[in-house]
Design a protein around this ligand. Structure first.
Ligand SMILES: C[S@@+](CC[C@H](N)C(=O)[O-])C[C@H]1O[C@@H](n2cnc3c(N)ncnc32)[C@H](O)[C@@H]1O
Length: 448
């Protein structure tokens, strides 16, 4: 029931599963008769059903005699939850079918419960591999459609990710599967404020893969319970985000290195790491964010930073600072988020290709202003948490062509020890290759 309520909220209210679920779980716990295992199961059912929705929709479609769009959304949610229990979990068939039919009876009525029963009985007749072999078009006939059904991504997303990744079938299949895995929780020990040793002493962790400040939490760890996280000396941050901030901070710079800007700072993960690094070097960070409520999150993330910093709410396309004011500038621009699909199970179904047209002018304007904000010889980092070429290379190339006065520099040496960074000069991280979100970074040096 709880999983169904969460799916309805995601569907009806465009809610995010990771925001909807915790209050529902809390309410269930308060009512009693609901323990940690029930919560883990409900979470897995919601996330698993949302992630695999594309595959389940294709299977449900093959089991009914009308188009999917003519089935009421609550009925589809019950069917998808049932399909996930049957095909994606170890729940015994009879238990999965009877629980789903009972749910349908309560929330949809007897007539529709019969329909749910009939469809789920058909689905239960074979396993996931057999279903996928039956419903996915052959790879040789339509590779993108095949991958879309097998790995449960919209076709346009498969196509965009494949364009950005390049290469053959194995790489894209690994990437799409990595998007369907639950990401590890990664901690950052903000330099000068806490250490990885301090964090490892209070919680079970594995070392980070690439960032010297990262630790990977063991399954089931509670980052919010760690004192250093509570008081902001450490945080939860994907290693890809850490690498982006570190590369900007470590890129070679001649002359003054005293004033840093984060121009799109909310909610403040990279700004907090940059501020800590800046403090160690005697530099100051200005963290700027357009949305006042997100600027407040940045303030919270930076509170207690030992060195000088300031947080402001400002539109980075109409900035209050004077041109040439900064030595290092990060523009981590708003984007489609196609690089973080592991974290937001519903995001892939909600995004539309047209969304990119909305981001395009903003991304160009923010990068243009970043180049103007930095002094001659200073460094700009243009970052996205999307690998879509229209948000990464194409933006950088367009702006360089249009405004000039800057050179791309090779970002790879500033991510030392990280393999498979491509041919440069920009870098693209990947979930399946680096275990990070698919963060993109281009480093530009202003020349004129
Ligand atoms: C990808 S997020 C930045 C993430 C952040 N760097 C971090 O690591 O926590 C992009 C941010 O840019 C903000 N934003 C959108 N338009 C903006 C603008 N015109 N000027 C400044 N910030 C803007 C969004 O509100 C959002 O908080």
């Amino acid at each position: 029931m709880l999983a169904f309520e969460a799916l309805r909220a995601v569907d009806e209210r465009d809610a995010y599963a990771n925001l909807v679920l915790p209050p529902l779980l809390k309410k269930a716990r308060e009512k009693g008769d609901f323990d940690g295992r029930d919560a883990a199961l409900a979470t897995e059912l919601v996330y698993g059903t949302l992630r695999r929705q594309g595959t389940y929709d294709a299977i449900i479609s093959a089991c009914i005699d009308r188009p999917l769009r003519e089935v009421d959304p609550p009925v589809l949610d019950v069917l998808a939850l049932g399909a996930h229990q049957l095909l994606g979990t170890r729940i015994p068939t009879h238990a999965a079918v009877s629980a789903s039919v009972e749910l349908a009876r309560v929330v949809l009525g007897d007539g529709r419960a019969k329909f749910v029963n009939a469809v789920l009985r058909k689905i239960s007749q074979q396993d996931l591999d057999a279903w996928v072999a039956q419903v996915a078009p052959p790879y040789d006939k339509d590779a993108e459609d095949h991958l879309a059904v097998v790995h449960s991504h919209p076709r346009w997303v498969v196509s965009a990710l494949w364009d950005a990744l390049g290469g053959g079938r194995a790489g894209i299949e690994d990437l799409l599967e990595a998007d369907n895995e639950r990401p590890e929780v990664t901690l950052v020990a903000r330099p000068g404020r806490s250490t990885t040793e301090e964090l490892a002493a209070v919680t079970e962790t594995l070392p980070g893969r690439w960032s010297p400040y990262a630790l990977r939490m063991a399954e089931g760890g509670e980052p919010g319970a760690i004192e250093a996280v509570k008081d902001g000396r450490a945080g939860v941050q994907d290693e890809g985000s850490q690498l982006v901030a570190l590369a900007l901070a470590n890129a070679t710079l001649e002359g003054s290195d005293a004033r840093w800007l984060d121009g799109c700072a909310g909610p403040g993960g990279k700004a907090a790491l940059l501020a800590a690094l800046a403090s160690e070097r005697g530099a100051a960070l200005l963290a700027s964010e357009k949305q006042p409520h997100r600027a407040r999150l940045v303030e919270r993330a930076l509170a207690g930073n030992p060195g000088p910093y300031q947080v402001i709410a400002a539109d980075g396309t109409r900035p209050p600072w004077r041109p040439g004011s900064f030595d290092r500038v990060l523009m981590d621009v708003p984007c489609s988020g196609l690089g973080a699909l592991r974290r937001r199970p519903e995001a892939r179904w909600r995004r539309r290709p047209e969304d990119l047209d909305g981001f395009a002018p903003l991304q160009r304007a923010l990068l243009t202003e970043a180049l103007s904000a930095v002094r001659v010889g200073g460094i700009v980092g243009y970052a996205t948490c999307s690998p879509h070429l229209a948000e990464t290379r194409v933006v950088v190339d367009d702006v360089l062509k249009k405004v000039g006065g800057a050179d791309l520099i090779d970002a790879r040496p500033f991510m030392p020890g990280v393999p498979a960074l491509g041919d440069g000069p920009d870098v693209q991280l990947w979930p399946h290759l680096h275990g990070t979100d698919a963060m993109y970074l281009a480093l530009l040096r202003r020349t004129a």
